[in-house]
Design a protein around this ligand. Sequence first.
Ligand code: NAP
Length: 359
Amino acid sequence: MKQFNVAVIGATGMVGQRFISQLENHPWFHVTLVAASARSAGKTYEEAVGSRWAMSSPIPQAVKNLTVMDASADVEKIAAAVDFAFCAVDMPKNEIHELEERYAKAECPIMSNNSANRSYSDVPMIIPELNPEHAEIIPVQRKRLGTKRGFIAVKSNCSIQSYVPALHPLLKYGVTDVLACTYQAISGAGKTFQTWPEMVDNLIPYIGGEEEKSEQEPLKVWGKIENDQIVNAVSPSITTQCLRVPVSDGHTAAVFAKFREKPSIEQIKADWSAFRGVPQDLELPSAPKQFLHYFEENDRPQARLDRDLEGGMAVSIGRLRPDTQYDIKFVCLSHNTLRGAAGGGILMAELLAAKGYLD
Ligand code: NAP
């Protein structure tokens, strides 16, 4: 496989740090450039990230001494120096939309973890095992942007990364209604217990904008390309409540679902166990061998025990049983900054590289 020089934009943040640490020793992608706000620009990466470094392994040697560039002021220089960029910045939505388009128009493909471009009908929102075919919209987007190489591809929100994969192999039974309550880790807000001590022994029943994303984004992932746009699916009907809980990493969801043709509990477990996607078939470097893992134990999945399964790229499911109001209920878990952010972004880039979209 071709080797790619990549930039991480927003490299000093929580997701940016995950990119830096996940990409150390990546067989195809090499971080040769880091960018963040004007506050960090000009410093070495190590100085800029300072005490915010929250990963368990040290800052990779190859990145430590890179000089941080200004993500907004240096767009052309950055675009000219790398093959593509991962982007995870905390800025107002309209500014992120504009910034990512500036990179794409400068012919630098953007793998985005931000929500600003997710609703555009020619911007693919890819969970690689579920909707890899949405990449086929990229030529349409390139036409709109007037680019040869540049485009934006986005990852979905971290809150949906557990229950949408779990429901995906069950769509063939006609999933009509879904209720999901998510219990989301503090790293999802870019925080640790050191930087957010108020979260110790606490629960906050509100995460701004999260319920809307959790209800709408699955319908785009399950949409189809028609007449040069991604047309959202019209079902299932999804309702959610999203809570912030005192967990460092790992978003859990308690899920209820109704079907047109109700499958048996054993059939569902068999569907989960048999499920494979294009990343598994192509043996992409970050693909989990088994994407969906079912635990028979009543007290699993647990955030601390199971979030790192298959390098934090798998989804853990448990407690599948019949429900009195819906047909079934179950609990599922995914690592929010690995599969839900940096790892999912890297797997998406691997898919796009393997399919030739990053040439
Ligand atoms: P974060 O820890 O607050 O980091 C924010 C990053 O954005 C920093 O690198 C910061 O640079 C940079 N930044 C801020 N203002 C900027 C500006 N004006 N120009 C350029 N860079 C700027 O945030 P995060 O948790 O990593 O989240 C980043 C993005 O990923 C958000 O859009 C978030 O919604 C999304 N996301 C997060 C998660 C998660 O689990 N945390 C999951 C999926 C998606 P400085 O250090 O220089 O300020």
